[in-house]
Design a binder for this molecule. Structure first.
Ligand code: ARG
Length: 392
């Protein structure tokens, strides 16, 4: 049997290579998909795969597709699930899609992934695989053999599989964010230790003086940083560095997983948090009150679908069609001040701005204020009638 395994080089998937060989008697093809994770780690993946005895390693660069098809859509949808910018969630769809493509090309009998039976990733992987290749067998050794992390670490040591830092964390990383789970983090009463962070400085150790970054959007998509035009990949990578230096983008959550479990989750997502905040700020300026209220509901549903493994539900595309139709006017410039872990909007402008300084100003004439009197006479009209009926 030939199996294509989604391989990250981490503990879980390294253990999977051996399990597939030993317990499933399979030849393993490891597949790594670049969605903007640490390039150093990616470099070592092919070597690791060979050491573990895989018959082949295939690397796919999906960064452009990840940014343009997933991250940009998420920015337009202000994609947040319970405050989490969906970084891991969004990346699972292109990873699973590429895995299927490689499995087909290599004529593999099955695909495999390192998900446990407790998390959300299994929903995203399995649904994507089943939609793209309904007949392809899915093997998830850790879930099927009902293994836990302690067992994995012991097994890895016995089998001579490198266990990395030896820290008990499950870390997932891509351009849009870094997820850290496990170990001491599983006690929600305990503070996340400083050593879990890799992208953000402690806010206490951030530069003394705040820094203002300028982000320009066109059609809801960021196109320039500090006045310099650049592609999404570069812009997000740069902003991760800058905002991370200022301690911005640390997130701690009790998150409701798809299975219903509440989980203690920690994330670092400096660029994602700043870009979503800036995008929202621009929408407030350019969209009508009615659009904003309705879009909030749409955005929420969009994030639920992306989180829950339902990316391929036609509703997601329907929502994207609505979102896209609002985004033509989400064009303009936003200034964000970064300061010791905080990010604050300090300036916004747009050619489609609905803000009218002349009308709203305390200092200018704008319109005849007496015109408001007539409008107010009819405001709360039904409440006024009801009171009269009650004789109050
Ligand atoms: N709770 C997040 C999600 O479901 C993060 C999952 C992180 N995955 C991991 N293997 N560490 O999207």
């Amino acid at each position: 049997m030939k199996v294509a395994l989604a391989y990250s080089g981490g503990l879980d998937t390294s253990v999977c290579v051996h399990l597939l060989q030993e317990k499933y008697k399979a030849d393993v093809i490891t597949v790594s998909v670049d969605v903007g994770q640490d390039p150093q780690e990616l470099k070592e993946i092919a070597k690791k795969s060979k050491q573990l005895g895989a018959i082949k390693h295939v690397h796919v660069d999906a960064r452009k597709e990840f940014v343009e098809q997933y991250v940009f859509r998420s920015i337009k949808a202000n994609g947040l699930y319970e405050g989490y910018p969906l970084s891991t969630a969004l990346a699972r769809y292109p990873i699973a899609s590429k895995l299927v493509e490689v499995a087909r090309r290599e004529r593999a009998d099955a695909v495999a992934h390192g998900c446990t039976g407790k998390g959300n990733d299994q929903f995203r992987f399995d649904t994507t695989i089943a939609i793209k290749a309904p007949k392809l067998k899915i093997i998830a050794p850790i879930r099927e053999l009902n293994l836990d992390r302690k067992w994995e670490i012991k097994y890895a040591r016995e089998q001579g599989i490198p266990v990395g830092t030896g820290k008990p964390y499950s870390i997932d990383e891509n351009l849009w964010g870094r997820s850290i789970e496990g170990g001491v983090l599983e006690d929600p009463a305990k503070a996340p230790p400083e050593h879990i962070y890799a992208w953000t400085r402690s806010p206490a150790k951030a530069p003394a003086k705040p820094r203002v970054v300028k982000i320009e959007f066109k059609g809801g998509i960021p196109i320039a940083l500090d006045g310099k035009r650049m592609g999404g990949l570069e812009l997000i990578a740069k902003l991760n560095k800058i905002a991370g230096t200022y301690g911005v983008g640390r997130i701690e959550l009790i998150e409701d997983r798809i299975l219903g479990l509440k989980a203690r989750e920690n994330y670092e997502a400096p660029a994602a948090m700043v870009l979503i905040q800036a995008h929202r700020a621009l929408e407030q300026l350019a969209l009508t009150k009615q659009e904003l209220a309705f879009k909030q509901v749409v955005d929420q549903t969009w994030a639920d679908l992306a989180y829950s493994g339902l990316w391929f539900d036609p509703l997601r595309e329907d929502l994207d069609a609505f979102i896209d139709s609002t985004q033509n006017r989400v064009t303009g410039k936003i200034k964000v001040e970064l300061n010791h872990g905080n990010s604050r909007i300090v300036g916004r402008s747009s050619p489609y701005s609905l803000y009218d300084e002349e009308l709203v100003s305390f200092e200018r004439y704008g319109f005849d204020q007496r015109d408001a009197i007539g409008v107010i006479k009819f405001h709360a009209l039904q409440s006024k009638i009801l009171r009269k009926r009650k004789g109050a």
